[in-house]
Ligand binder design. Structure first.
Ligand code: 5AD
Ligand code: SF4
Length: 487
């Protein structure tokens, strides 16, 4: 177990072990020596800063990076004015890439003032050859570049970087087997993301994820269950199971295990109060999963079910493998089985060839399903994906106009829908002090809706009954219900 490792007992004068995770423990021990030397030189603890772009998977990966940096002896800084800065990048849309290039200029100016500063870049954007070429050519001040497949060997890469004055680049084209039991730092003490699988096999025609995250690999149910049991022992009440397509979890395992079965197992874990998961692909959402969601109250009443488009013609070009009718029928089945569920979605507008009629089909689905929230995106052309080569790319002004109309409808529907719990008492997991109002807290309902209510910070991490007294569109105002458990 990682928690029981004593790094001072690892003999770094020996050759590193070949097996994982022992090899990474060895390099953490070596990094600790480098960081110690740096500390003596600087006369203070060296600091680090991690910045995450993109999705929940990246956020979870950053917790792993943070865990290693802390194990190596660095202290967390609150800004990029630090001795080691790492950006965990996203490339799902072009604007994510632009933000990274923009921020690198700022990092360069900081590095000129702090000669000990080191800059590292990792994540999805680094899996693209043209990005790495550009960085090597024009961003010589970057010290370390690695990708998504070798994140598990960050300790080893950090050691190489600390010993080298040249840019270290290590990006793998293919995925590696999953390495368990590495250090990890959690942002919240009472909730945590848990990877259940990595990669994606779907190749939606607009999406770069399968190229940068590799093929689907599931963790074993035992490893997942063990991690969650440990988390619960350390005070976690809610877990979010993470995967690009959780509904195809376990198909690659021997023997195969379904996602529904995994949920059934996990909900047995004592003292675990809530289970969330993300993201579901409609084509793989099984009737068993719907039954399991309906049966077990620990499984949160929230389903994120990306629609992408309401037009069957466009869905086919997107290679989504369901049509408008399939999607509508699926949401009806879910609503029937779990009436209080909150449905959210992702929608892309301006996919190549999208006509006004196609777009109206999307509006029609939004009208009919009644999402609590929808994340709306302008189609972004990603080099190397089939859609990038499709004719009839949509002019920006047309796409932007559709985007605005979609957003207006999504907001109108969301506002109308979220009021449905007004007056009821809901169980809320208290997450943090309210940023805007002194003496108030912010918590989350099973449906993923936020509730603000008066209360003391000592309640953070607790599950409480809260009466919803006012609906403010996308969130509620409430008051704690005093019962004999919570006085
Ligand atoms: N352009 C715009 N949005 C995209 N997404 C994925 N690829 C693209 C792209 N090329 C969106 C999808 C996905 C979400 C995570 O990002 O809606 O569900
Ligand atoms: Fe991308 Fe489709 Fe895989 Fe989601 S399911 S990551 S949209 S390819």
């Amino acid at each position: 177990m990682y928690a029981e490792i004593d790094f001072t007992t690892i003999d770094t004068s020996q050759e590193p072990p070949q097996e994982e995770p022992a090899r990474q423990y060895y390099f953490i021990a070596k990094c600790r020596q480098h960081v110690k030397h740096l500390e003596e030189k600087l006369g203070r603890r060296p600091t680090f800063f991690t910045q995450t772009f993109g999705c929940q998977m990246n956020a979870r990966d950053s917790e792993k990076l943070t865990g290693i940096l802390q194990a190596a002896g660095y202290e967390k800084a609150s800004s990029e004015e630090a001795d080691f800065v790492i950006y965990n990048t996203c490339t799902v849309r072009e604007n994510a890439n632009q933000r990274v290039y923009g921020r690198l200029g700022y990092l360069h100016s900081l590095k000129k003032r702090n000669p000990h500063m080191q800059i590292a870049l990792c994540g999805c954007m680094m899996q693209e050859a043209h990005v790495v070429e550009k960085l090597q050519k024009s961003y010589f001040f970057v010290d370390l570049i690695f990708g998504t497949h070798n994140l598990y060997k960050f300790a080893e890469l950090l050691d190489t970087t600390l010993e080298s004055d040249r840019m270290v680049v290590d990006v793998w084209e293919k995925e590696h087997t999953i390495v368990e039991d590495l250090p990890c730092d959690r942002k919240y003490s009472f909730k945590s993301g848990v990877n259940i699988m990595f990669g994606c096999n779907n190749f939606c025609s607009y999406c770069i994820v399968p190229y940068v995250r590799g093929r689907e690999r599931s963790r074993s149910p035992e490893a997942i269950s063990e991690e969650i049991r440990q988390l619960v022992q350390n005070g976690v009440r809610e877990v979010m199971l993470l995967g690009q397509n959780v509904n195809s979890y376990g198909k690659d395992l021997l023997p195969p295990v379904s996602f529904a079965r995994l949920l059934e197992e996990l909900q047995k874990i004592p003292n675990l109060a809530r289970i969330r998961f993300m993201t579901s692909h409609p084509k793989d959402l099984s009737p068993e999963l719907i039954q399991v969601m309906a049966k077990y109250p620990k499984i949160c009443r929230h389903l994120h079910l990306p629609l992408q488009s309401g037009s069957s013609r466009i869905l086919q070009k997107m290679n989504r493998r369901y049509d408008k009718e399939d999607y509508l029928a699926l949401t009806e089945k879910i609503r029937e089985a779990v009436p209080d569920i909150s449905l959210t979605t992702d929608i892309i507008v301006g996919f190549p060839g999208e006509t006004e009629e196609d777009f109206l089909e999307t509006l029609d689905v939004v009208e009919r399903v009644g999402y609590d929230t929808a994340f709306t995106f302008l189609y972004s052309r990603r080099t190397g994906t089939p859609a990038a080569a499709m004719p009839e790319q949509i002019p920006e002004d047309v796409a932007k106009d559709r985007f605005d109309r979609l957003l207006a409808l999504v907001q109108e529907k969301g506002r109308a829908r979220s009021g449905r719990f007004m007056g009821s008492i809901q169980e809320v997991l208290v997450e943090e002090k309210n940023a805007a109002k002194e003496g108030w807290l912010t918590g989350r309902m099973s449906q993923n809706l936020l509730v603000h209510f008066p209360g003391s910070a000592a309640l953070i991490g607790e599950l409480l009954p809260v009466r919803l007294t006012k609906c403010k569109g996308f969130y509620y105002i409430g008051e704690q219900v005093k019962c004999h458990y919570h006085q």
